[in-house]
Design a protein around this ligand. Structure first.
Ligand SMILES: [Zn+2]
Length: 190
């Protein structure tokens, strides 16, 4: 019975990864990260961002120009249609967390984490497509790395950061639990 359950989970994970892979578009940036050969990844930080330089808030090109100006980047960015762009390879350290601390008090989060940006502003909410893409991506990353923490930027930099804005975090956590990702994962507010 156990074996059967394990193989069903494996099939589901494979399907999900295939699904994610189809939506995932490489869009490498040249800024906002440091190259490394190997590193231990056990944290995911979810953010939100928008174009604040005039015009369409969802303009990816302008958002990336902002990142370049500030010398920051995340590994992934999810646009309003749920398309996931990979900006930085997982093995490299992206500058996305800033001054921050995990719930267990440890800092230096960039070096051990992956950053995911949802394109959203402080007024709107993430789209249904973004929720689906975010969940798929998180499940996929959890099957590849021994994740210990899935946190919001606001969880690790309270008082300094408030993103991801207007995001139903309970829903995201509920959907992850429903996908039966590994036990032992520590998720803020779970
Ligand atoms: Zn952030």
């Amino acid at each position: 019975m156990k074996k059967r359950k394990a193989s069903i989970i494996l099939i589901v994970c494979t399907l999900l990864f295939t699904l994610t892979a189809q939506q995932l578009i490489p869009k490498p940036v040249t800024f906002g990260f440091r190259k490394t050969e190997t590193r231990h990844i056990d944290v995911v930080v979810v953010h939100s961002t928008y174009n604040a330089s005039g015009g369409d808030h969802w303009d990816l090109t302008k958002i990336l120009s902002q990142f370049r100006r500030y010398g920051v980047a995340a590994h992934y960015i999810i646009d309003r249609s749920g398309t996931i762009y990979q900006l930085v390879d997982d093995t490299n350290i992206a500058y996305h967390a800033g001054k921050s601390k995990l719930p267990d008090g440890t800092s230096g989060i960039n070096s051990r984490s992956l950053g995911i940006e949802l394109i959203n502003d402080t007024v709107e909410h993430p789209t249904e497509e973004q929720y689906v893409a975010l969940t798929d991506l998180l499940v996929s990353l959890c099957t590849h790395y021994p994740m210990k923490h899935i946190v919001r930027h606001s969880d690790i930099a309270p008082g300094r950061k408030t993103d991801p804005w207007n995001t139903d975090w309970e829903r995201v956590m509920r959907e992850l639990s429903g996908r039966d990702i590994q036990p032992g994962i520590t998720v803020k507010d779970r």
